[in-house]
Design a protein around this ligand. Structure first.
Ligand code: DGY
Length: 311
């Protein structure tokens, strides 16, 4: 079985594929794969080890005779699941592997925007720090405030666990009750009541622009929005407006609507913290994600069911 790997991943995953007797065709370029190269790679492979930056649609699936598509990500919005299902191609992902790293990053971003860490860093580097000031660079407290978690799945739950240690009260917006995470509120009510809102839902047609101008308008002017899920869950243009007008106090983003492009309006705002989709970017987590994805390819090559099949 030939496995096409669209970008370099940790060695342990490549070794696992080779130890499973598979022929690994690794694209050595670190940048996102150009479309023609993806089509060509898929045409010659039985298995695709792909990234969230690869759009895997019917054209890719029909380029050759793929027997499995294994995404090195928990989010699978880059893959046309219906097309895969129609063709009987199993799709797998990496649930659980990035929960802690992403939850840690969520708290890092929340704290960074609440306490204005990048602003302070920039000020010091500009040589403008002239000593401690009683009114200098004041931020927001966490203890006693409310964190609204939109989508209390694995990552949302891990964020709630960490947030409780900072004294935040938790509210959740979800279809079902999650008593282990926090009391449930309808999304509009959660937005009205929360001091921090953190997004942890998958990107689906239902969650596209879930945070639009109307919903952003429900948030408190003192509230902060954090997104480590997927960019298109927020209408980025509406967010820029909300931040500019003071409808909300700030935002911390790890993901963008048209990634890797970032709305130019966000770049000019000092009440925004911007990260380059690094929520899962730790050595251990990326190794765990890639080996998890590789293991499912090996399973399929050996006639066993994959552990993390999504379609
Ligand atoms: C995922 O796995 O979906 C994450 O976005 C990767 O960081």
């Amino acid at each position: 079985m030939i496995v096409f790997v669209t970008r370099p991943v940790p060695q342990a995953a490549l070794q696992l594929l080779r130890d499973g007797g598979l022929d690994v065709r690794l694209r050595l370029d670190e940048s996102p794969i150009p479309r023609p190269d993806l089509l060509e790679g898929a045409a010659q492979a039985d298995a695709l080890l792909c990234m969230l930056t690869d759009r895997v649609d019917a054209e890719v699936m029909d380029a050759g005779a793929l027997r499995v598509i294994s995404n090195v990500a928990v989010g699978v919005d880059n893959i046309d699941l219906a097309a895969a299902k129609a063709r009987g191609i199993p799709v797998t992902n990496t649930p659980g592997a990035l929960t802690d790293a992403t939850a840690d990053m969520t708290l890092a971003l929340l704290l960074a925007v609440a306490r204005r860490v990048p602003e302070g860093d920039a000020m010091v580097r500009r040589g403008e720090f002239n000593g401690w000031g009683p009114m200098m660079m004041l931020g927001a407290d966490l203890r006693g405030h409310t964190l609204g978690i939109v989508g209390p799945g694995r990552i949302g739950k891990a964020v709630a666990e960490r947030a409780r240690a900072f004294g935040l009260e938790i509210l959740v917006a979800a279809r079902q009750d999650h008593p282990d995470v926090g009391p449930r509120a309808p999304l509009d009510e959660l937005l009205q009541r929360s001091d921090f809102v953190s997004l942890h839902c998958p990107l689906t047609p239902q969650t596209h622009h879930l945070l639009d101008a109307r919903r952003l308008g429900l948030m408190k002017p003192s509230a902060f929005l954090v997104n480590t899920a997927r960019g298109p869950v927020i209408d980025e243009g509406a967010l820029v407006q909300a931040l500019r007008s003071g409808a909300i106090a700030g935002a911390a983003l790890d993901v963008y609507e048209r990634e890797p492009a970032v709305h130019p309006g966000l770049l000019d705002l000092s009440n925004v913290v911007l990260a380059p989709h690094t929520g899962s970017a730790t050595h251990r987590t990326r190794t765990a994600m890639a080996t998890m994805a590789a293991r499912d390819i090996v399973s399929i090559s050996q006639g066993r069911a994959p552990q993390h099949r999504v379609a």
